[in-house]
Design a protein around this ligand. Structure first.
Ligand SMILES: [Zn+2]
Length: 375
């Protein structure tokens, strides 16, 4: 069904440009159409209405949100008719969100009540610049799930670029999908984000479900091991729980001996258990397979520091800094090793480099105190 929204061509061109550029990360947009009740003139939306981080999990909640946004429009949002000079009325409010699986916008249109006793109505459409609006009769189960997956993918993409994502919203949609499609690859992908922001119970549930559905896939075990390690590392579980993590990580390595993440987590577990030699040997093994593995250089550097071997530490941090020149952790490690060697001049240089890369690095203050004690 074609509609009369062609009057909003500029906004649609803008929309297309955004989706070409940002794909799943494209922000939602409200595009309105107004009309004059006196002459019938249709008036394109003069504003760009960007909705930054709305909360919804499915078509129903998108519809409710669209009606809410349309109802909350102020009188000043309504442009005047250029013929009659009277204030126009809202004809409809189109809520555009990019659907990653379909590679086009899903649009929910809210139309105000026609008479005193009628209600707001909503319809949905697919939209792309070539075909304009195509009405959706209904979304079948598979399309409903794909919509939720698309919403999750978009939220994860946003989470990877902003400082403080609304992790509760992401968890809510993952939780819903965990009931309908446990074992889906995107859910497992989301688990590392949940671990990063301390939502370990949902991350663990995702990994558990993945193992149950795909018992021969190393990634489920790798994830579960990493989750348990993180929980113990945050002191929310006793050290004994690491045994279970190690079991899962060994299983992951048995299924996929090249899994870098499983090796890193395994070495981290040993380190937390204070089995330093075992931890070192896993990291060294990792480096012999992949000399460019920056986390291995970093962790070996830290362990060398802790064992009071500043020469070794410096070597690891230097190689790490060459691999990841923008990561402040490496010059920070270099500074610590150089202080241990009493080479304060070079330590100051390394510290300045680290501070330049990350002025909020958690070690800035303690290291500054150390350096000042030599002045
Ligand atoms: Zn008019």
């Amino acid at each position: 069904m074609a509609t009369d929204s062609t009057t909003n061509n500029d906004l649609h061109r803008h929309r297309k440009k955004m989706t070409d550029e940002f794909g799943a990360g494209t922000l939602d947009k409200g595009i309105c159409l107004f009309h004059c009740t006196q002459c019938g003139n249709e008036i394109a939306d003069p504003s760009v209405r960007t909705i930054a981080d709305a909360s919804y999990n499915d078509l129903q909640s998108i519809s409710a949100l669209t009606v809410r946004l349309a109802k909350s429009m102020a009188k000043s949002d309504l442009p005047d008719c250029s013929n009659c000079k009277v204030r126009s009325r809202l004809k409809h409010y189109d809520y555009h969100l990019y659907h990653a699986t379909e590679s086009r916008d899903l649009v929910v249109r809210a139309t105000p009540p026609k008479g005193v006793f009628s209600r707001w109505t909503t319809e949905s459409f697919w939209w792309n610049p070539e075909k304009s609006y195509v009405a959706i009769e209904r979304l079948d189960n598979r399309q409903q799930i794909e919509l939720s997956l698309s919403i999750l993918r978009r939220r994860l993409e946003i989470a990877s670029i902003i400082e403080d994502p609304d992790i509760e919203k992401i968890a809510a949609i993952a939780d819903q999908l965990l009931n309908t499609i446990p074992g889906h690859a995107l859910l497992l992908e989301s688990a590392s984000v949940f671990v990063k922001y301390g939502k370990t119970s949902i991350a663990g549930a995702i990994a558990d479900a993945h193992i149950e559905r795909h018992p021969q896939d190393a990634k489920g075990y790798e994830c579960l091991g990493h989750v348990i390690f993180s929980v113990v590392n945050n002191k929310a579980m006793p050290l004994e729980a690491l045994e279970e993590a190690i079991e899962h990580l060994n299983k992951a390595l048995q299924l996929d001996p090249n899994s870098v993440q499983a090796s890193i987590s395994l070495a981290n577990c040993y380190r937390l258990q204070n089995r330093i030699d075992k931890s070192k040997s896993v990291f060294q093994n990792l480096l012999s397979r992949d000399p460019n593995c920056a986390p291995a250089h970093y962790n070996l550097g830290i362990m060398a520091l802790e064992s009071q071997y500043p020469n070794d530490a410096l070597r690891y941090f230097e190689s790490g800094a060459n691999l990841e020149p923008d990561d402040a952790d490496f010059p920070m490690g270099q500074a610590r090793a150089l202080i241990m060697q009493r080479d304060i001049e070079k330590a100051n240089l390394a510290f300045d480099r680290a501070k330049e890369l990350d002025p909020d690095h958690p070690m800035i203050n303690s290291l500054l105190t150390d350096l000042q004690s030599f002045n």
